[in-house]
Design a protein around this ligand. Sequence first.
Ligand SMILES: Cc1cc2nc3c(=O)[nH]c(=O)nc-3n(C[C@H](O)[C@H](O)[C@H](O)COP(=O)(O)OP(=O)(O)OC[C@H]3O[C@@H](n4cnc5c(N)ncnc54)[C@H](O)[C@@H]3O)c2cc1C
Length: 329
Amino acid sequence: MNNVIIYCENENGKIADISLELLTKGRSLAARLGCKVEALVVGTHLHGIEQTLFAYGADTVYIAEDSRLSPYLTQPHAAITIALFKEVQPQIALFGATSVGRDLAPRVSSALNCGLTADCTELIIGEDRLLQQIRPAFGGNILATIINPDHRPQMATVREGVMKMEALAVPVHGALLRLNVHKYLNDSHFVVSIIEPHIEKRSIDIKGAPIIVAGGYGVGSKEKFTLLFALAKVLGAEVGASRAAVDAGFVDPARQIGQTGVTVRPKLYIACGISGQIQHTAGMDQSAMIISINNDPEAPINKLADYVIDGDIGDVIPKLITAYKQNGK
Ligand SMILES: Cc1cc2nc3c(=O)[nH]c(=O)nc-3n(C[C@H](O)[C@H](O)[C@H](O)COP(=O)(O)OP(=O)(O)OC[C@H]3O[C@@H](n4cnc5c(N)ncnc54)[C@H](O)[C@@H]3O)c2cc1C
């Protein structure tokens, strides 16, 4: 009762990274509140999946397993989630801001009349023990802190990559509770069925890259982005971009980093011709090391950077490539 619960997405029995990130955050919220962390998994082929969830700190794992529950369908997943939340009365419920979470969380919050804060960038327990749900507002120009004093659960969605994902050194010796899905479901939940799921694989995946060479509007053209691809190649890096570079058609939108793109936290982030507006830095300011290459010494990104190279990317990047080829491993 009154615990922190995470709706855990899975595909063919593998828990999604976003859910492990939310469990990691849920652990710290529960520690502050002195309550437990719970996980709900709905799907098929879930045998042994609880071990992963215990490793990420779930004290209780609820499993709703049935051959009709995968791939994801709104009606049955919502029916199970709403019914379980009514039973266990969580004080906080977290969902991924994924296609599944964006579909499911509003239905759950509407059924429970409890409100929902989408796309949170931070979640903190305040002095009053309420969940502070922090997210960009008014076009991203300010960060708003939203609290929900009156309704439970306090519900939030978070995008993939925003929170850290950390397994425990020693897994929790948790409890596994298998739900009787027939108690929650009837035929009316299956009026829609999926005939053939078709899932496009991500062609560009910058989220997990340890090194990112990111280009902004200052790169100047699609052709000049080839310089960044050349540097990325010698460094074993991925190429990212600001929204201005994407909007200008320099690179594929899948490379966009920031508030409306991907959130990354690589070991090294090389920002080339990026000014460093908050909507961009929101997606990369947790990088372990940041190098900025910019011809404006006053560019805001330089304040965030560990190293600044003051110069034109057309001059600097070829020199970096040559130097790395000569001196690199
Ligand atoms: C709701 C909303 C969501 C948004 N989401 C995102 C998002 O997810 N990601 C994102 O990136 N932005 C986002 N933006 C846009 C953001 O506000 C900025 O407009 C954008 O990040 C600017 O991109 P930029 O730094 O590449 O371009 P600019 O701000 O134009 O900066 C270009 C930089 O390049 C430098 N430069 C120019 N020429 C050279 C050269 N030859 N050599 C070296 N340096 C050079 C300049 O000094 C400057 O610092 C969002 C905006 C809104 C309103």
